[in-house]
Design a protein around this ligand. Sequence first.
Ligand code: AMP
Ligand code: MG
Length: 436
Amino acid sequence: MRVVLHLNTIVRRLYSTCTLSSSTLRKFSTQSHYNMKTDVLQVDPSHFTFKESSCEFGEQNAISIINNTSDQLAIKQAVKWLAQGEAIGIPTETVYGLAANALDASAVSKIFAAKNRPQDNPLIVHVSSLKMLESILPHNKIPDIYMPIIKRCWPGPLTIILPSSPLIPSTVTCGQPTVAVRFPSHPVARALIESCGFPLAAPSANSSGKPSPTLASHVFDDLNTKIPLILDGGPCNVGVESTVLDGLRQPPAILRPGGVTYEVLKQMEGMNGLQVYRKHFVDQALEMAPTTPGMKYRHYSPEAMVVLIEDDKMIINNNDDTQQQQQRQVFETIWQDELKQLLKNGIGIQKVGILKIVEDGDSLEWRQTSKLDEIEYVTLQMGRQGHPDEVARGMFKGLREMDTIGVDIIFVQGVPEIDEGMAVMNRLRKAATKTI
Ligand code: AMP
Ligand code: MG
């Protein structure tokens, strides 16, 4: 009889034992003040509107209007928790955020505790107006380099690096002389920050290391009983985190690709010679700094093994039907060969997940299952070929869904690093156990 090593199952069992004991520890060390079921309040983004002022940056200094009583009550409840120094889950256009008062070191420490986030990974501060931004900067001055970018990209999925000030606790910056700031475009996040009257520090609202949450249910799965409230504003429409832009460097650099693309940013005033970190340059000082985006820690990873099949083995022309079909064939051949090899090596795999891109004409059927030789295959799609924005929205959801289904291994189809494809590949490479 063939001895089959159920490696992944063993690893997973070990992992869940660790998770149990560490979360129990966390409860006693830092969460003893809050261990009740987390409330989830629905909010409808379409009930939030913004009245622009007539000055030059009218959109960036607009005032929110909430047109519905239950949404007003939800925001009031959220403000109450935040003003008391608690951390809560909130929708943003990128991914769900775990927000706390950015000017209150004790509130910020609850973010790190609830997520189990390493203490040296700095947070992004979220503002709802340029006035609020100026109020936290040295001499209330926004560096000139950012003004054209703010005008065009804010509110939106872009974070900029600014000089920090003594108002920002060192828990937010992790002792760096700079602070990362974003002005989110999600109506609920904007109105909430404005109602608070203070900026919110907010990383993604997942347990550290897990795929980022793009639905309120993802936040609940990771943080139930660790935080008092989640505002459920529906699915995030960007689906990957913000682009982190350092315009204080010369030439300017994208430290993390995200919702605002390299192609858009490089066209903008002041962005001559724009570089992407790790793609166009590597900097020894940045490499050592805790701020190097997602380099130091395992990121975005589901519990199952992830095998990423990069697209350089494939054809790049997205608009050609025959090439799209060939591309799918290449992906299928590579993952099937890899699976055969793993099985030959005695790795016990019972459920296989395939996370793929569909062709333009294909139906967007979300799930397909089949069984062959005692192995179950589940196929989910992230989005259509040639629509990297769609793939960005579907990627984290797909990774999380595979864990819920309980697959042992996920084969993921890579995309070309064009537009949002750059952010998608950045996340998938960090999630991958193996890249082919
Ligand atoms: P998130 O984990 O999505 O909250 O993103 C936070 C990321 O923003 C960090 O991991 C850093 O990579 C980046 N970041 C935050 N603050 C700074 C900073 N002061 N300088 C450079 N990057 C920063
Ligand atoms: Mg994160």
